[in-house]
Design a protein around this ligand. Structure first.
Ligand code: APR
Length: 315
């Protein structure tokens, strides 16, 4: 078909703008709808001058959310607020969770069959919130809802590639679990080429991948969290969803989805993507003893994160 509508919710933000720029370059996109509560007319006008085929339109304010989503095939959501002075983590959670709830309700009305990719943090909790809201609206399809954990794979590829002196683009590595701290489980024993090292080197690299977001937060010194690398990862993931929609075979990405692979009801594993979203869950890669211990540490944390989302959606 080759022509798909993609909506970016939060398109004016630090992630949203470069993400929209990258999507503007995707030849499978025919319509790019940019939604935010600020600045989208300007961002859309700017992007619309780029000489690629997609038509770009800006939508601003809650009144225009529905129009931005109408008929969308893929919705990517980096909308959210960063933490401001005086805000607790719970305040931040409540605002972002509320944003996900509102957007999910509008998706249910305007594009119930869309593939939805959530970037807004905490991803581990925001995806279950969206699932509950879509369920209440009677349109939930677990094969069509994704948490974007691609940045963890992208980072693992970069770190391994540079450490081994090979092109990171040639590195394959599953990163499973969730998308924060100890829930991120890079399966280094399955990397290709194999990342060989003693246990200390392996643990250091594992922790670096788990804490890579904090590395960026520290370096940005108060100016926010990862935006450019997250936009790259979000565009790669959305691009894979589009390839799947378009009938390409063997499109594989790790993503955080509803899952029966472990006791955590949402969990990231490698997935084959197809015309209806998840075509096949490839399940847990082979884990060594160290990775099994990491999995044991991840599960209770993930379960807590998931329950928090279910409770928020049903409060
Ligand atoms: N609807 C749509 N967009 C919204 C809403 C809303 N209700 N509330 C805020 N936004 C927009 C903001 O106007 C802003 O343009 O979301 C965008 C967020 O951009 P930034 O503040 O620059 O934050 P960013 O660094 O892009 O991170 C966004 O992604 O990775 C996560 O933790 C991150 O949750 C955060 C989100």
């Amino acid at each position: 078909q080759n022509n798909y509508k993609v909506t970016v919710c939060g398109a004016a933000g630090g992630i949203g703008q470069p993400l929209s720029l990258l999507l503007k370059q995707n030849p499978l996109v025919s319509d790019l709808a940019l939604y935010d509560i600020v600045h989208t007319p300007g961002v859309a006008a700017d992007l619309s001058h780029i000489d690629t085929k997609s038509k770009t339109a800006g939508f601003i304010g809650a009144d225009q959310l529905g129009d931005s989503l109408k008929g969308s095939d893929v919705v990517v959501i980096p909308a959210g607020v960063p933490r401001k002075p005086g805000m607790t983590r719970d305040d931040l959670f409540n605002v972002n969770a509320g944003i996900i709830k509102d957007i999910s309700n509008s998706i249910a009305k305007n594009c119930p069959k869309a593939l939805v990719a959530i970037i807004t943090n905490p991803v581990n909790t925001c995806v279950p919130i969206a699932a509950e809201i879509l369920k209440k609206a009677g349109v939930y399809d677990p094969k069509r809802l994704f948490g974007v954990s691609t940045l963890d794979v992208v980072r693992a590829r970069a770190f391994i590639g540079h450490a081994l002196g090979v092109d990171p683009q040639t590195v394959q590595i599953p990163v499973i679990g969730g998308h924060s701290g100890v829930t991120i489980l890079p399966v280094l024993s399955q990397s290709q080429p194999l990342f060989k090292g003693n246990q200390d080197t392996i643990e250091k690299l594992t922790v670096r991948i788990q804490e890579a977001g904090t590395e960026v937060v520290k370096a940005k010194a108060g100016a926010g969290s990862a935006t450019l690398s997250m936009a790259y990862a979000g565009a790669r993931f959305a691009g894979s969803l589009l390839k799947g929609l378009n009938g390409e075979k063997n499109v594989i990405e790790c993503s955080y989805v509803q899952s029966t692979v472990t006791e955590a009801t949402f969990f990231s594993t490698p997935l084959v993507l197809g015309k209806n979203g998840v075509q096949e869950n490839l399940g847990l890669p082979k884990l060594n003893d160290y990775e099994k211990k990491l999995l044991e540490a991840a599960i209770p944390e993930l379960k807590k994160n998931i329950q928090k989302g279910i409770d928020f959606a049903n409060a």
